[in-house]
Design a binder for this molecule. Structure first.
Ligand SMILES: NC(=O)c1ccc[n+]([C@@H]2O[C@H](COP(=O)([O-])OP(=O)(O)OC[C@H]3O[C@@H](n4cnc5c(N)ncnc54)[C@H](OP(=O)(O)O)[C@@H]3O)[C@@H](O)[C@H]2O)c1
Length: 312
């Protein structure tokens, strides 16, 4: 089976490649051979490969910068996946779009979002991903070719993520201020990659269409937390396993005390039960997954590559 992965140098792309099952041939696309701002060139690549699947991990993921770079964010996150979906539909392949909890506002909310709830993004990043979802739903309506997998708070041992940022801040700061009033669910890139491969191995896709709203699935690690709680666990476990040697204080602050360009949801936990039963797959608690990622970083520490978020 031929699987084209966009954004293959990103954190999810790399985890997918690491966990590749047997009998899958991966076509790893990155900015240099597949610039998502150049849609016609990308379509030529898709036509020449004729993949059975596209997993669209490529995305403009800088939530704050997207506010001032709306055109680029919309092109990468909305127009490109829309065009890829149209093309793969014609070619008879399938499309797995990775989407986000940021399609929801999380305002006045304290219970997980179901897959059928109305999108309500707060910022440009969320809007661009929400627009893509809507387009993909329409393109694949009445077919079994399109799946949208929403996830949240992705973390792993490589790339740009909160886990590596907090580790790096421990090297430089005596105290780190972290917001305590935004609640979500951390997700290990490896647990998400596993789910992506499970989806691709499903034998009968009509089940997804029958059991979900327009092919939308949710996946994150089990449980919920604030960014502050996640930072505390990173700090405590990091010290316990010898990854962090200095004592840095983690201080809880409110979103209103923190300046950022984009608004973020206060509560963006996703209801994952339907995906769990559909895939017959359980999600482990986020603390367990975080600990596994910290251990992985510890093992890689000798070459430090994974400790520097700038080095992808
Ligand atoms: N990170 C999260 O917390 C989070 C949460 C929920 C959902 N998601 C979604 O999950 C998916 C994977 O996220 P991630 O964390 O793995 O993202 P990531 O690490 O930022 O990777 C995104 C990849 O997209 C590539 N990309 C950006 N612009 C491109 C362009 N014009 N042409 C080609 N490639 C381009 C990037 O390439 P460069 O390396 O060259 O920039 C990068 O390799 C995305 O769809 C994201 O929206 C992420």
């Amino acid at each position: 089976m031929k699987v084209l992965i966009t954004g293959s140098k990103g954190q999810l792309g790399r985890a997918l490649i690491k966990l590749k099952p047997k009998n899958i041939k991966i076509y790893a696309m990155e900015r240099t051979n597949f610039d998502m701002l150049d849609i016609p060139s990308c379509l030529k690549v898709i036509k020449s490969i004729k993949p059975d699947w596209i997993i669209n991990c490529g995305a403009y993921t800088n939530v704050d910068l997207a506010e001032s770079q709306e055109e680029a964010a919309m092109n990468v996150n909305f127009h490109a996946p829309k065009a890829f979906a149209q093309e793969i539909k014609k070619l008879g392949g399938r499309f797995l779009q990775i989407s986000t909890d940021y399609v929801f506002s999380g305002l006045n909310r304290n219970k997980p979002y179901s897959t059928s709830e109305k999108r309500s993004p707060l910022g440009i990043y969320g809007l661009s991903k929400a627009n893509a979802e809507e387009a993909i739903e329409n393109i694949f309506e009445g077919t079994n070719q399109g799946i949208i997998l929403r996830t949240s708070w992705l973390m792993g041992p490589f790339g740009n993520n909160f886990l590596l940022t907090i580790l790096n801040l421990h090297l430089k700061k005596k105290e780190i201020k972290v917001v305590n009033d935004q609640i979500g669910s951390p997700t290990s890139v490896f647990s998400l990659a596993e789910v992506c491969w499970k989806i691709i191995k499903i034998k009968d896709y009509s089940i997804i269409k029958n059991k979900t709203k327009n092919g939308i699935l949710h996946w994150h690690d089990d449980g919920e937390a604030s960014w502050y709680e996640v930072a505390k666990i990173i700090s405590n476990v990091g010290q316990k396993i010898g990854l962090i040697n200095n004592r840095t204080e983690i201080i809880p602050i409110k979103t209103s005390d923190f300046t950022s360009s984009a608004k973020r949801p206060f509560y963006s936990v996703l209801e994952c039960n339907s995906t769990k039963s559909l895939l017959n797959h359980e999600n482990m608690n986020w603390k367990y997954e975080l600990e596994r990622n910290l251990e992985q970083i510890y093992l890689n520490k000798s070459n430090r590559y994974s400790f520097n978020p700038k080095h992808k």
